[in-house]
Design a protein around this ligand. Structure first.
Ligand SMILES: CC(C)(COP(=O)(O)OP(=O)(O)OC[C@H]1O[C@@H](n2cnc3c(N)ncnc32)[C@H](O)[C@@H]1OP(=O)(O)O)[C@@H](O)C(=O)NCCC(=O)NCCS
Length: 224
């Protein structure tokens, strides 16, 4: 069926990924997640190129590319099973609740195309895939401080599951190294009349500093 063309619109096409697309898709993902990953505790996937390449060989993962005139503008990855060696999802949790989830592992739109409806098209595609495969829910993980994405999901009726949140408690801090300590100055050696040293006491004290590359030599400088 011919699609309507207009000067004001661009046509986004979706297709399954091929092996020959993997390298440029990886470059695309690095670009999209560069800023996001800087701000989040967990890596927003994918973590490594090796892992990304492995995904391609998984039977239960669907990787889709979205293109405008042959250029990648979007990528989505979804899994029909919560498996994989970096997965902490407990499938029983969903079974108990009668849910058959489609796990959305990745959703990425090129920065130049964000806010232009590509993400909405991708979400419609994933909803469609879920329906045709008998899934009841789309399930995904998003960093709490990825505020733009979180707001975007909430606006599309995603709700929070009973999942882990990252917590941290501050450990009261003490420096490893002790503060400076005052010690006695070495008595000044002054020759007496017969030429023997005068060992009389010198009540001054000096500072010895510890730590850093250079160790203080006692008596070398007057302490402050
Ligand atoms: C989140 C993301 C997938 C949304 O896709 P998108 O193509 O930008 O979204 P759409 O154009 O379909 O939706 C536009 C809506 O999103 C909002 N929006 C979200 N992020 C935006 C952005 N970076 N630029 C512009 N609008 C954005 C707009 O306000 C607009 O709201 P509206 O629907 O109320 O008008 C996409 O911005 C993205 O890839 N972000 C970076 C990667 C990321 O964080 N992915 C999710 C990790 S879990």
């Amino acid at each position: 069926m011919p699609t309507e063309k207009s000067q004001d619109t661009l046509e986004v096409r979706v297709r399954r990924i091929h092996r020959r697309d993997l390298n440029r898709t990886w470059e695309f993902l690095k670009l999209v997640f560069r800023d996001v990953n800087r701000e989040t505790v967990e890596y927003q996937r994918p973590r490594s190129k090796r892992r990304f390449m492995e995904v391609y060989t998984s039977d239960w993962i669907e990787q889709l590319l979205y293109e405008v005139d042959g250029e990648i503008v979007g990528y989505s990855e979804c899994a029909f099973e919560a498996t994989g060696d970096d997965n902490w999802v407990n499938p029983r949790w969903f079974e108990k609740r009668g849910m058959r989830p489609l796990f959305v592992e990745e959703l990425a739109v090129h920065p130049d195309y964000q806010g232009r409806g590509v993400g909405s098209f991708m979400m419609d595609q994933l909803q469609h895939l879920a329906r045709t495969r008998g899934c009841t829910h789309l399930v995904l993980e998003v960093a709490e401080n990825n505020e733009a994405a979180l707001a975007w999901y909430r606006a599309r009726n995603f709700y929070k599951l009973d999942a882990a949140i990252f917590m941290a408690q501050k450990v009261p801090g003490e420096p490893d190294l002790l503060p400076p300590r005052r010690i006695k100055r070495r008595p000044k050696v002054a020759p007496d009349a017969e030429g023997s040293p005068n060992n009389g006491p010198m009540p001054e004290t000096v500072m010895v500093r510890v730590g850093g590359g250079r160790r203080g030599r006692a008596g070398a400088k007057k302490g402050g």
